[in-house]
Design a protein around this ligand. Structure first.
Ligand code: PHE
Length: 345
């Protein structure tokens, strides 16, 4: 009877699965602790037995008790090791990686690069010039006579400087064209791009600082058709082949004839919206044939050479392309706005 109970207990202990701390605690309570029922009851029975059997079963029970203790020690050790290694682990490999946040290319730079890339393919190279300009490079050379009302078209920030000549913040990148014409012989085929400044109230549509990109091509026999083809090439490759283009007669002091270039409104598909002021068209560029006076001012013979020029506001192009409603967003440095353009181009 006692033999049977001891054998059952032995099997029970050997087959006992300990997979957690809770199970280890139950095992301890059942087989190890002073008040454990399993062994206490059997030892009780042993007391009433004859000496011979007492000795035999006593030995047996003690060896099983040792097995239980050993099993307990082994699992306890194992558990401590696990929790120890968990505590001292340098890193939790299951955590998501800590991404570094690289900067992104500003949407205006993305648009500029895209436009430059297109014009490079048809032979335009880049020219550069300063943001602080002389009155001559920004106005006089470009056929704006002194005190002519045309200067009012571009409200200017003048710089107070103790020099003979007036300095100003350039109002357009046409000043770079003047610099290039003065120092190079035709053929000239350049793009100039950068910041320009105008004394305008800041609103959703206008800013006192924005970016322009202008093109200039001078050679013998350059005609208005060449200008139109260049604009068509740009618009179709930049906005897509379905866009409609129109040239509207306009006025600039430095070009004759002059035109403004409109494209069909991308936002409302020409149905009429606030962006196109319900006309179905949006203006994207000014353009024209270089006025002979400008060529003469820059020491290029107008009898020998002709040329065209065009200019556009990059913010305007970017706003149409990405459908951005407010020009101020470009300079507010709001990372939530800028991140949207992280992988656009
Ligand atoms: N410079 C003009 C402007 O800023 C744009 C333009 C450039 C118009 C070249 C015609 C030709 O308004």
């Amino acid at each position: 009877m006692l033999q049977k109970q001891i054998t059952t207990l032995e099997k029970e202990i050997a087959n006992y699965h300990i997979n957690s701390l809770e199970e280890l605690a139950i095992f301890k309570q059942k087989y190890i602790g002073k008040k454990n029922e399993a062994f206490t009851l059997l030892f009780e029975q042993l007391k009433k037995m004859p000496a011979e059997e007492k000795k035999h079963f006593g030995k047996l029970l003690n060896s099983i008790k040792n097995i239980a203790q050993e099993k307990y020690n082994q699992y306890e050790k194992q558990h401590n090791k696990q929790s120890l290694s968990a505590n001292s682990a340098p890193e939790d490999l299951t955590l998501p990686p800590a991404y570094s946040q690289p900067g992104t290319i500003h949407p205006l730079n993305q648009i500029t690069q895209k436009i430059i890339h297109l014009f490079r393919r048809i032979g335009f190279s880049l020219a550069d010039g300063p943001e602080i300009e002389s009155d001559w490079n920004n106005f006089s050379a470009l056929n704006f006579p002194q005190d002519h009302p045309a200067r009012e078209m571009q409200d200017t920030f003048f710089i107070a400087r103790p020099t003979k000549e007036k300095s100003l913040l350039r109002t357009h990148t046409s000043s770079v064209q003047v610099r290039t014409m003065q120092h190079n012989n035709p053929p000239i085929k350049i793009l100039s791009t950068g910041k320009v400044f105008r004394k305008e109230a800041i609103s959703a549509r206008t800013h006192c600082m924005f970016h322009q990109l202008e093109g200039l091509y001078i050679n013998d026999e350059v005609s208005f058709i060449d200008l139109k083809n260049t604009i068509f090439y740009f618009v179709e490759n930049f906005f897509g082949p379905k866009i409609k283009i129109r040239f509207r007669p306009s006025y600039f002091p430095f070009t004759e004839p002059s035109a403004e270039v409109d494209i069909s409104c991308l936002l409302c598909k020409s149905k009429g919206c606030a962006v196109c002021k319900h006309t179905g068209w949006v203006e994207i560029a000014g353009a024209g044939m270089i006025d002979p006076n400008v060529l003469t001012n820059c020491k290029i013979d107008p009898e020998k050479y002709t040329g065209f020029a065009f200019g556009m506001g990059i913010e305007r192009i970017a706003m149409l392309y990405y459908q951005i409603p407010d020009i101020r967003l470009f300079t507010q440095n709001d990372i939530r706005f800028l991140r949207q353009f992280a992988a656009k181009i």
